[in-house]
Design a protein around this ligand. Structure first.
Ligand code: BGC
Length: 462
């Protein structure tokens, strides 16, 4: 007797659904087109100069640290696209952050005490150019002063010219798709801004990072709507933003070298380690994530002296990890649900080293946790993974912890605790957690790449 048609349909639909879900390994669906192959043939890798000094730093960002110190109505008052996001209730309020604008000396005292050789901070474009073409010269001078104070203390400033936030005048409220990278004023104004800030800070600064994680920002802004202008699956805009931002990066690199030929240009990209998840329809999510790790860097690596890896976690991106993500807990996860995986850092260093053949630095690495023993364990194991990569012939020249103090963590507000210290709300001083002392001890004991290559992992955490 022939089977009723409905049963056949249900079975066929079931088989199709399972097939689609399980086809993660088949790698069939990639709405952004095939991921680039990278430079062909791959450039030869530089060998690690083992006797060279290893750079020990901490990374921070203007928006997450600075207080505004200006009031609405004052001509220096400025707003960013993230402030607009906050007023739209798409992100928690920032308040006065860590007062680093008015209390930079507190940061400096802490940095000196830890014994850093490098310190990465960013310039708030909106602060120095609150209106198109109108500069706040006092703010420009303050940033120069920060670089000078660091340099005089024997610490290399690493200046990032854009860390996620754009001046609000690059937001097109009527047509959000034309905002930020894609605003008609963006490129010309960026070039003037970069020129001005590099000329002003170059007497004290050797390292410039034109952009922080443009790859992550563009993916979250145009694919998953978590970042301004908040668009979903806007693949056309994604590519336009990649083109615009890489063009602006290359302009900045050229200007930096023209102003100071001895300067070093750093890329800083968000580079988690991605693994295939079985429940990923046609590899759709995996492929999209892989684009994030390659599309921007492929277009700018050649104008960089050092490739910066921001590494926090690994993930098998699929429906399960994406939806359960923030709620995952346990000793292998951070308080944000990120999977702790120092081995992923080792693999990412190998991938970047083999693909681009350039010297690297870990420009951000850190953990959000209320448990500082866990932070020490996380840090020690990630530094040990770098050591292993150096032993295996990969040229990694520095490590920057994220971050100096608990700070404003974008969508998480002040809930995600990334700091090696916390701010005393009365004195604004940075109060060290044990991890700051531990970091200081690691720095004191390991001055060269050779020494870092021998740092052992710390086996157990409870
Ligand atoms: C960013 C920081 C951020 C950190 C932790 C990096 O993606 O550069 O601004 O606070 O990760 O999420």
């Amino acid at each position: 007797m022939p089977k009723p048609l409905s049963i056949v349909f249900v079975k066929a639909a079931f088989v199709l659904a399972c097939g689609t879900l399980l086809s993660g390994c088949l790698n069939l669906i990639d709405p952004l087109g095939p991921v680039g192959k990278g430079p062909q043939p791959a450039p030869p890798r530089s060998a690690p100069p083992l006797a060279d000094k290893f750079a020990w730093g901490i990374s921070t960002a203007s928006y997450q640290y600075e207080n505004p110190d200006v009031k609405p109505g004052e001509k220096e008052c400025f707003f960013t696209d993230w402030d607009i996001f906050i007023t739209q209730k798409k992100a928690p309020p920032k308040g006065n952050a860590l007062y680093s604008w008015t209390q930079f000396e507190k940061d400096l005292a802490a940095i000196k005490k830890i014994g850093l050789t490098h310190y990465r901070f960013s310039i708030e474009w909106a602060r120095v150019e609150p209106q198109p073409g109108v500069y706040n010269e006092a703010a420009v001078r303050r940033y120069v002063e920060m670089a000078r104070r660091l340099k005089e203390a024997g610490i290399e400033p690493v200046i990032c010219l854009w860390h996620f936030t754009f001046p609000d005048w690059l937001t097109d409220k009527k047509n959000p798709g034309n905002s930020n990278w894609l605003h008609p004023l963006a490129r010309a104004r960026w070039n003037t801004y970069v020129d001005k800030m590099v000329r002003a800070t170059s007497p004290y600064t050797k390292f410039y990072a034109p952009q922080n994680e443009p790859n992550g920002q563009i993916t979250t802004a145009y694919i998953v709507a978590q970042w301004p202008p908040g668009m979903t699956l806007a693949f056309g805009h994604y590519w336009k933003a990649i083109d615009a931002s890489t063009g602006m990066f290359r302009d900045a690199a050229a200007r930096i070298k023209a102003i100071k030929p001895t300067a070093k240009v750093l890329s800083v990209e968000a580079l988690p380690w991605w693994e295939r998840a079985p429940l990923d329809p046609g590899g759709l999510i995996y492929n999209t994530m892989l684009h994030g790790n390659t599309d921007h860097l492929d277009r700018i690596y050649d104008v960089c002296d050092i490739l910066g890896i921001n590494y926090y976690y690994s993930q098998a991106p699929g429906p399960i990890s994406l939806f359960s993500g923030p709620s995952r807990r346990g000793h292998n996860f951070t308080m944000m649900g990120w999977r702790i995986d120092p081995g992923g850092l080792y693999k990412e260093i190998k991938r970047v080293g083999n693909r681009y053949g350039k010297p690297m630095m870990i420009t951000e690495n850190g953990i959000a946790t209320p448990d500082d023993d866990k932070r020490v364990w996380y840090m020690q194991n990630h530094i040990a993974a770098i050591g292993r990569a150096i032993r295996d012939g990969y040229d990694v020249r520095g490590y920057f912890a994220w971050s100096l103090a608990d700070n404003y963590e974008w969508h998480y507000g002040y809930k995600a605790l990334f700091g090696l210290s916390r701010m005393d709300p009365k004195t604004y001083g940075r109060v060290f957690k044990p991890s700051a002392e531990k970091f200081a001890a690691i720095i004191r004991a390991n001055r060269t790449m050779k020494s870092v290559s021998a740092i052992p992992p710390q086996a157990n955490f409870r």
